[in-house]
Ligand binder design. Structure first.
Ligand SMILES: [Zn+2]
Length: 486
């Protein structure tokens, strides 16, 4: 099997999705700093707009999910009150709306203040697509947006916008319990950029330039909670909402002046990051990759298996399984590889970036083990489920499909698939020609077989397959002459 350079791609996609979902709302929040609110006409029942007429409007499943969201919405409002101490009046004015965003536009959800027939409301728009896919952490996202909404409601729009962004976002991220997830994202991003995760800890003073601005802001509130208790954070929020000077309120809450607080926070953030790094097993993944680069794939696999068994944080476990699969496949330990890819597929369906390649590789392992029927089941699933897979991978899957059909003696189907793969820059183009020649030969189409061989010879004059094919063809021609003597 040729190796493609996509080792990091699945993780890139997974992390990108997490970022999009986590930050999409805030982009719009941040850009909605206008003085007068847009007037919108909605069909609000129980805090949810029912005027959605998009592409899922006819699906029962969609409306049943909307129903679940109605419960999540109520719980989120309660969580805001319990966690932050903010008393929410006018709960019906926290309205959810659904819209068809394209996945590329990058919005998981967004929120803005609007004017409706029931008065000023905070309107949270949720992507119908992501609701259907189930890839959003809706609970935390709603709590986050509702905290913005509740503070804005109590302070008035102008006063709330006058607060520095880091206070507004710090409270929302802390209150929604998103600190740990965002820390993991920043650490995972460092991993993708092939930086040592520990370097992230050392660069904490530059974190405001990092991919997640709100992270350090939330750490302040997390620190206050851990050091002084959640009541102290609630009193601090109450003072900010009442219009007190926020710097004085923070100094009173912590008993530290601003300079002392900076030093304490820096130290606290270090400890916090180191703990999350250790829980995620990122250090182990990097060590395993070094071992693999040094040609010690077996030891690398052992290290990953230990990570999977001992680390609490599931963030990198699917990636660890995926690497176990790839490296075992290279070592021709196909049984272990198949198990690893099956785990990725069955246990981590949310890691979309890992799914299509794992499915393809699982089918490859079955082919290597001679289990063609099982391979066929996976390939059929591949074509049905992974329609978004990269074109290159799809063409490779057609090769594998042809290879399996050949083994199952369905030569005509095999020939079609293999020709498609051979003509579309498949990574297995010579193998595609090889099995194409054989498929034609087995179905008695000697002329087609000769043509395919000529094409292979023209494009790859030194292909290792040519001598084998030539002798097969000669044999067939000889038998044909004996059966039909001139
Ligand atoms: Zn926000």
């Amino acid at each position: 099997m040729t190796l493609r350079k996509i080792e990091l791609l699945p993780l890139v996609i997974s992390i990108t999705l997490i970022f999009i979902i986590g930050t999409g709302m805030d982009w719009l929040m941040a850009s909605s700093g206008r003085e007068f609110f847009p007037v919108v006409s909605l069909d609000i029942k129980d805090g949810i707009d029912h005027s959605y007429a998009g592409k899922y409007a006819q699906h029962d499943e969609f409306w049943s999910l909307v129903n679940d969201i109605s419960i999540i919405r109520k719980q989120a409002l309660q969580t805001v009150q319990d966690r932050t101490g903010l008393v929410i009046t006018n709960r019906e004015r926290f309205v959810l709306k659904f819209k068809d965003f394209s996945m590329e536009s990058g919005f998981g959800a967004s929120s803005m203040p609007v004017r409706t027939q029931i008065g000023d409301a905070i309107l949270v728009t949720i992507s119908s697509e992501q609701l259907m896919l189930g890839v959003m952490d809706i609970d935390a996202s709603l709590v986050h947006e509702f905290i913005h909404g509740a503070m804005r409601q109590q302070m008035g729009f102008r006063n709330y916008q006058a607060l520095p962004k880091w206070i507004r976002e710090g409270i929302a991220v802390w209150g929604a319990g998103q600190l740990q997830e965002r820390t993991r994202n920043v650490i995972a991003a460092a991993y993708l950029e092939e930086r040592d995760p520990v370097s992230v800890v050392h660069q904490l003073d530059n974190m405001h330039n990092s991919s997640d601005d709100y992270l350090v802001d939330a750490i302040l509130f997390e620190y206050i909670e851990q050091a002084h208790g959640v009541e102290v954070v609630r009193s601090l929020i109450a003072r900010v909402v009442a219009g007190d000077n926020y710097l004085e309120a923070i100094e009173d809450a912590t008993g530290l002046n601003w300079n002392e607080l900076q030093r304490v926070l820096y130290k606290y953030a270090h400890g916090y990051f180191e703990e999350i790094i250790s829980m995620s097993g990122l250090g182990e993944i990097q060590r395993a990759q070094k071992l693999y680069d040094w040609g010690k794939a077996s030891q690398a696999i052992e290290l990953l298996e230990e990570l999977i068994a001992t680390k609490e944080d599931p963030l990198l476990k699917p990636n660890a399984w995926y690497l176990v699969g790839r490296w075992s496949q290279e070592l021709e330990r196909f049984g272990l590889a198949a198990m690893a890819f099956t785990n990725v597929l069955d246990d981590y369906p949310d890691y979309i970036g890992l799914q299509d390649d794992s499915r393809f590789r699982l089918a490859s392992c079955y082919v290597s083990m001679g289990e063609y029927e099982k391979a066929l089941v996976e390939l059929e699933r591949f074509f049905k489920v992974h329609i978004q897979a990269p074109a290159e991978l799809q063409v490779d899957a057609w090769f594998l499909f042809g290879r399996v059909q050949y083994a199952l003696t369905n030569y005509l189907v095999a020939a079609q698939a293999l020709r498609f793969a051979a003509q579309n820059r498949c990574n297995f183009v010579q193998d595609s020609f090889y099995y194409l020649c054989l498929a034609h030969l087995r179905s008695g189409e000697i002329f087609q077989s000769k043509l395919a061989m000529a094409e292979l010879a023209f494009r790859y004059p030194y292909s290792k397959h040519l001598p084998k094919l030539k002798s097969q063809l000669d044999k067939k021609l000889l038998t044909a002459k004996q059966n039909h003597p001139l």
